[in-house]
Design a protein around this ligand. Structure first.
Ligand code: COA
Length: 308
């Protein structure tokens, strides 16, 4: 479905800054990642998105491609938990589109569960999708990013050939302060942040930059649908404790992505860019309350401290 440009991009970026460049994005049909890719394609680039669901991935690719006449966006079915599948996806992307200049490790899995109801396999599943998946993505694209950055050195001057050789990992802020029902995701995302640091350290000398974008509560996303209560009172309460007083827009994550990939972000390496209106500084467990989890771990019996 065509999406008005102002919903996924601010009016400050110049068309053509990603001309002849290619972005590889895992989980690229998701609500946030699809807008990041859409912004990149609108500004001149082509892209490959990967996902586990063939129909969702194909549909997502076609939808993103419609943003710019002549744009090429390929949907590749690949599970980030499978290193061979990721390597094959990256190889196909570079072969069909000519290069991989940028990457986003965006595939993630999440659900709410107290530790008492989190099986070993449930914990492992999220660790494998988020952490191992991000590691696999980095491993699969790095040879291509190294090639790209040879052609697009980041000298700090205006680069007429544009930029290249950059990777962004999508993380979360739960582990900054702690969050009940998210043991699996806190562990996984803390590790994702550190994988990005390792890439920044080990591949920085090649000219590659690696950064994390941590989205806060973004309106209309699958994450918000899965993880937050949607009733009016809860929505109002959740906005009230965000310093800027509102949920974010997908455009604000896409803008952060364009910044890190563009000339404007050339000297930014190894950071966690939190795009959340300041939320993580004011929220702890469940927006300021504590969960009391019963020994049997049943979610329906969980109380928060304000109910005692
Ligand atoms: N509470 C507790 N355990 C849960 C759970 C929940 N809500 N949902 C799944 N699990 C457990 C399963 O029971 C299973 O464990 P078991 O073998 O001990 O029974 C384990 O997690 C794996 O589940 P499965 O459905 O086989 O894995 P999957 O690979 O098909 O799905 C998930 C991965 C679980 C992360 C699923 O939620 C998913 O596909 N998410 C993708 C979308 C998403 O989460 N995006 C992020 C938006 S923020």
């Amino acid at each position: 479905m065509p999406v008005p440009r102002e919903t996924f991009l601010s009016n400050v970026w110049r068309d053509g800054i990603f001309d002849n460049k290619v972005l590889f994005c895992t989980g690229g049909a998701g609500t946030i990642c699809s807008m990041q890719v859409r912004a990149f394609v609108a500004l001149g680039g082509n892209a490959c998105i990967t996902g586990r669901n063939p129909e969702k991935t194909e549909r997502g690719a076609a939808d993103i491609a419609s943003v710019r006449p002549g744009a090429k966006v390929i949907g590749i079915v690949a599970d980030v938990r499978d290193i061979k599948a990721m390597e094959a996806a990256a190889e196909r992307c570079a072969k069909e589109l000519g290069s991989i200049d940028f990457a986003i490790a965006g595939a993630a899995g999440n659900f709410l569960a107290p530790m008492a109801q989190l099986s070993s396999n449930a914990f492992r599943t999220v660790m494998e999708i988020d952490t191992l998946g991000s590691f696999h993505t980095a491993k699969a694209v790095m040879p291509y990013l190294v090639e790209s950055v040879k052609k697009h050195k980041n000298s700090g001057k205006i680069e007429h050939a544009g930029t290249g050789g950059r990777i962004i990992f999508i993380s979360a802020s739960f582990h900054f302060r702690g969050q009940p029902l998210q043991a699996h995701v806190m562990a996984a995302k803390a590790a994702v942040d550190q994988i990005s640091s390792s890439v920044a350290m080990e591949y920085g000398p090649f000219g590659i930059t690696s950064n994390v974008i941590t989205p806060g509560p973004i309106a209309g996303t699958e994450g918000m649908e899965r993880l937050s209560k949607q009733d009016e009172q809860s929505t109002k309460a959740s906005k009230a404790i965000i310093p800027v007083g509102r949920w974010g827009e997908v455009k604000e994550i896409a803008d952060a992505t364009v910044y890190l990939f563009s000339d404007a972000g050339s000297y930014v390496n190894g950071v966690v860019l939190v795009v959340d209106g300041g939320q993580w500084r004011t929220t702890g467990a469940d927006m300021g309350t504590m969960y009391i989890i019963p020994p049997n771990g049943q979610l329906e019996n969980v109380k928060n401290s304000s109910m005692l």
